[in-house]
Design a protein around this ligand. Sequence first.
Ligand SMILES: NC(=O)c1ccc[n+]([C@@H]2O[C@H](COP(=O)([O-])OP(=O)(O)OC[C@H]3O[C@@H](n4cnc5c(N)ncnc54)[C@H](OP(=O)(O)O)[C@@H]3O)[C@@H](O)[C@H]2O)c1
Length: 322
Amino acid sequence: MTSVIVREHGGPQQLVLGDDPGRAPGTGEIAVLVAAAGVNFIDIYQRSGAYPMQLPFVAGSEAAGTVESVGAGVTDVAAGDHVAWAMVAGSGYTERAIVPVDRVVPVPDGVGDEVAAAVMLQGMTAHYLCEATYAVQPGDVALVHAGAGGVGLLLTQMIVHRGGRVISTVSTPEKAELSRDAGASDVLDYGGFAERVRELTDGEGVAVAYDGVGQATFEGSLDSLRPRGVLALFGAASGPVPAFDPQVLNSKGSLFLTRPTLGHYTADRAELVHRAGEVLDGVARGWLDVRIGGRYPLAEAARAHEDLAARRTTGKLLLIPS
Ligand SMILES: NC(=O)c1ccc[n+]([C@@H]2O[C@H](COP(=O)([O-])OP(=O)(O)OC[C@H]3O[C@@H](n4cnc5c(N)ncnc54)[C@H](OP(=O)(O)O)[C@@H]3O)[C@@H](O)[C@H]2O)c1
């Protein structure tokens, strides 16, 4: 069994192929032949040590594939079933993963394993952001940064599906076209975006800013909000936001600032099944489109990390084990 293993924290070169015979699934676990693994920013943070991990570890945490065998006590999943998961450390970049059965969801008929792997983590993130962190209502205007990214494209479609309007930011004309195709009514450059958002909302500002870019956009996101608006700071693709005085939230309009993470919005099985189910159902019904922006063999995991970090990508990157 071949996996991408991190033995020391550091740059992309720390993603190294390794072989081991694998093991049988234990109680409550299943063994899955991985068809596709998702590449996410969290994988970069875990590789670099920004999120320290116990070494060595198999990189990645999101994948989909076919159940090969099940361990003791597993009754609701059987060999041959197609399943998907996200946020299961040590079970992504590998040919065969051992996964706790309570962390997987079934892949519905009509949805391929690649698409399922592509949509789990970013799809559930987009889902909790617009359903729970700030529940978008019909007529709400939302600002979505990195509108052509993995989360950005899915979040835009979900907001529009809920009756909201999306103003997005992107860095290139090609990304602007993708964001518009996903449903954004207005697509902006990053330069001076807060002023443009004011103009586009008749001076009022947006109800919510979804900001996964972080350092480069944080101030502008606050300046884009209407009074009592919500800044959902869910990532830091451009770097972490420096220390912040909460008094600013008062002076800019009694604003709300939250720093949410997927783990807290899928903490129990019922919530995980709810979010994954709605995302995969959206794909199956055809209103939610998943853009796979790149496929790489396991041996090129380092290149996938470099491309994602260098903002060369759109949509979702996948590793395909074989
Ligand atoms: N909190 C959570 O639950 C959660 C879950 C999943 C992901 N996230 C976060 O969400 C964000 C988006 O994740 P994703 O996987 O969907 O990535 P992505 O949006 O596909 O890629 C990141 C994008 O951010 C933009 N960006 C702006 N400045 C950047 C910079 N200096 N360096 C790199 N990128 C920059 C780029 O788009 P442009 O070129 O158009 O600017 C880039 O393509 C990340 O911060 C990630 O950590 C958070």
